[in-house]
Write a protein that binds this ligand. Structure first.
Ligand code: F0G
Length: 419
């Protein structure tokens, strides 16, 4: 069983550097953070997470965006574009249709490259600079590659991205391409790409910046910090539940870590921790299966398919961190079909919030859980939308109105409108 508690709080071990170290979630072995390049435990192969000598309270935060939260991060600043400080939209029609006390949308598509990945990348690339690496790499369903390319080139580092051929939305490839990444299209799915990138990283060919890298998740914790601060400003309390799309389960793990650290510092009561509620596409739902069958880890799905290509993932590498988060917060996981995802994408768009299909999965999942009576009508809920509508223009166009051809005159336009 994974040890994901932070208490009792420990003094920094000898391997710590500036009060930061890496600890294995399985065996508890501590590792120095910036000496050797490691992604998993050298003793047992378990996932690593960053630990700190002290954890901040809300009073320790100052400034704007991800680096406002430097007291919760391994560095005080990094390569920034800048990222974070995304809106927490009101969606009154959706709120009353779904039938909850409050519904807000945390739109991570408003980050510089259009997804939450920028939060992890600003921190991850800062660590890469500390380690002095030359080449950055990731496997990606698209968004990670766009963020890696932008932050990598900004830091003047070479970037290499491995993408599943034919399964990445057009906007994301365009970004990786123009931000100067070397793009390798692999004849295989995301999980196969990640296997290869892990091999490359193990052989010292590149520094891996997928969410297996524990420092990526440090940046992504700031989503949780922003949600809690903004929600408290507007409602005088924290949300009961956060609903989010799940692929590799990095965000789920990052939010859970955010909450645990706030509980450790005394800034959040254990019984006020929001219920982490994960949503997957039914064609790629190993996390939902693990929650429903109470498995300790996910079973790898070899064949995955969904319109939400961002979460077309069969082997969520962060499951050992994320499953305890879902369970211990009293959350759950649910699968939604592609047509439910598209419906939710249209509903968000009708409120002016443009998201890509994977993002809409959160709202589709909330709808389903309300219908099933799992979510109560008195709940305060935040849905996370992870990527911008323009990431996947083809899906948006297919879900929206078709353009109507019309002749080149006012008369023709008027008669067409009258039809
Ligand atoms: N939503 C979007 C838009 C994503 O791009 C991703 C992951 C997720 C949700 C899932 O997040 O992995 O933390 O559970 N995209 C990765 C990528 C895999 O390569 O861009 P997770």
């Amino acid at each position: 069983m994974a040890d994901l508690t932070l208490s009792p709080q420990r003094d920094a071990p000898a391997v710590s550097d500036g009060g930061v170290w890496l600890s294995c979630i399985e065996c508890g072995h501590d590792h120095p953070p910036f000496e050797d390049i490691i992604y998993t435990c050298e003793e047992c192969g378990g996932l690593l997470e960053a630990r700190y000598e002290t954890y901040p309270t809300f009073e320790d935060f100052e400034g704007h965006g991800v680096w406002r939260y430097d007291a919760a991060l391994p560095f005080e600043e990094g390569v920034t574009l800048p990222e974070g400080a995304t809106p927490l939209h009101r969606v009154p029609r959706l709120e009353s249709e779904v039938g909850v006390e409050a519904l807000r949308i945390k739109h991570e598509g408003m980050n510089p490259t259009g997804s939450f990945k920028d939060r992890g990348m600003t921190v991850g690339v800062r660590v890469a600079q500390e380690l002095g690496v030359g080449r950055l790499a990731c496997a990606s369903t698209g968004n990670t590659s766009a963020a890696l390319a932008a932050y990598g080139t900004r830091a003047d580092l070479e970037t290499l991205v491995l993408l599943p051929a034919g399964k990445v939305a057009a906007g994301k490839i365009a970004q990786a391409s123009l931000h100067n990444a070397r793009i390798l299209e692999v004849d295989g799915n995301f999980d196969a790409c990640l296997d290869i990138v892990q091999d490359l990283a193990d052989r010292g060919e590149a520094y891996l910046l997928n969410s297996l890298n524990p420092f990526r998740l440090e940046g992504q914790k700031t989503i949780g910090l922003e949600i809690l601060e903004s929600f408290r400003d507007d409602y005088g309390r924290f949300p009961d539940r956060i609903v989010l799309p799940v692929g590799n389960a990095g965000n789920t793990a990052a939010l859970y870590k955010c909450f645990r650290e706030l509980v450790a510092s005394g800034a959040l009561e254990a019984d006020a921790v929001p219920k982490l509620t994960g949503v997957q596409a039914s064609g790629a739902a190993p996390m939902v299966e693990a929650v429903e069958e109470d498995l300790e880890d996910t079973r790898r799905w070899e064949d995955v398919e969904t319109i939400a290509t961002a979460i077309r993932i069969g082997n969520p590498v962060n499951a050992p961190k994320a499953l305890p988060g879902i369970r211990e917060t009293g959350g759950t996981a649910v699968a939604v079909d592609d047509d439910e995802i598209t419906d939710a994408q249209r509903s968000l768009a009708a409120e002016g919030v443009g998201v890509e299909p994977a993002s809409a999965a959160s709202v589709a999942g909330l709808r389903k859980l309300r219908e099933r009576g799992v979510v109560d009508d008195d709940e305060h809920v935040v849905c996370l939308t992870t990527g911008h509508l323009l990431k996947d223009p083809d899906a948006a166009a297919a879900a929206g109105n078709d353009p109507e051809p019309v002749a080149n005159s006012t008369e023709a336009v008027l008669s067409h409108l009258a039809e």
